[in-house]
Design a protein around this ligand. Structure first.
Ligand SMILES: CC(C)(COP(=O)(O)OP(=O)(O)OC[C@H]1O[C@@H](n2cnc3c(N)ncnc32)[C@H](O)[C@@H]1OP(=O)(O)O)[C@@H](O)C(=O)NCCC(=O)NCCS
Length: 230
């Protein structure tokens, strides 16, 4: 998949080091202290990822203050140089409580989407509203011990793919359909087959981390479609 990713738990302390004044201003949109901290953690982690993986990603940049991560109006993060020129990479961020994950690939490799979700019980209404009939068939009996994990994985795959597309949940969740969901174990990637309405099929991998978190990486090939700016 040619994707690099970093995941960590909020280390505490000051995470504003390396943020540009324009980013500090942008962060003020998050008025809830917990969400602001998540946003700051995501920026900190993403800049660290881009600096550590600069060579792999084909970037000259090796210092956090040389990178700006701008929130585009559709919500997706665009990596730019300090002057605001887009860097030739695709970047995606996800938060779950005090965990964050950031993933990036060279623009020539496609568009990346990452999602992190805690395994939890979701209602039959939720499944009926957001899962196709085929996906409901992948879940198996409600009594099975991994039922909640499978529901969480399918949901997380949808979010990761819609992030790679740049629309998020502004597009219907059913526009992403999971066709196969091989059982993943802790720290062991599995490929899921996924189809997407109106765009080429994404490559998708999922795994369990830290016992109760589902991590998904999705990648869409470079194509004639483009990320929405609005
Ligand atoms: C993008 C979305 C799927 C994120 O899901 P989530 O599980 O709530 O949150 P996550 O922590 O996994 O992801 C949040 C990150 O997604 C990224 N993101 C937001 N909108 C995005 C988009 N349209 N495309 C790609 N990435 C997006 C951001 O980097 C954000 O983190 P940041 O603000 O700290 O930079 C969801 O919030 C969304 O679709 N928002 C758009 C608004 C909308 O239409 N809502 C309808 C609700 S039914």
């Amino acid at each position: 998949m040619n994707i690099r990713w970093h995941m960590d738990r909020d280390p505490g302390g000051d995470l504003s080091e390396g943020l540009l004044p324009v980013e500090v201003l942008e962060g003020q949109r998050y008025r809830h202290a917990g969400r602001h901290r998540q946003w700051q953690h995501g920026r900190f982690l993403s800049k660290s990822l881009l600096c550590h993986e600069a060579q792999f990603l084909g970037l000259q940049t090796t210092k956090p203050e040389q990178i700006r991560i701008q929130r585009m109006s559709a919500g997706w993060p665009q990596a730019q140089n300090a002057e605001g020129r887009p860097l030739p990479i695709s970047l995606s961020i996800s938060h779950c409580g005090d965990w964050a994950v950031s993933a990036a690939c060279a623009q020539s490799a496609g568009h990346v989407g990452v999602d992190l979700e805690r395994v939890e019980s979701r209602s039959q209404h939720f499944i009926g509203d957001y899962f196709t009939e085929g996906e409901q068939g992948l879940l198996g009996p409600l009594a099975e011990s991994d039922f909640d994990t499978r529901v969480t994985a399918i949901w997380s795959i949808k979010e990761a793919v819609l992030k790679a597309l740049g629309t998020g949940l502004a597009d219907p969740a059913t526009s992403v359909e999971v066709l196969t969901l091989p059982q993943a174990h802790k720290d062991n990637w599995k490929k899921a087959q996924v189809q997407l309405t109106g765009a080429p099929n994404p490559k998708v991998r999922w795994r369990l981390v830290e016992d109760d978190l589902v991590l998904v990486l999705a990648q869409l090939p470079v194509g004639s479609w483009c990320m929405p700016s609005a």
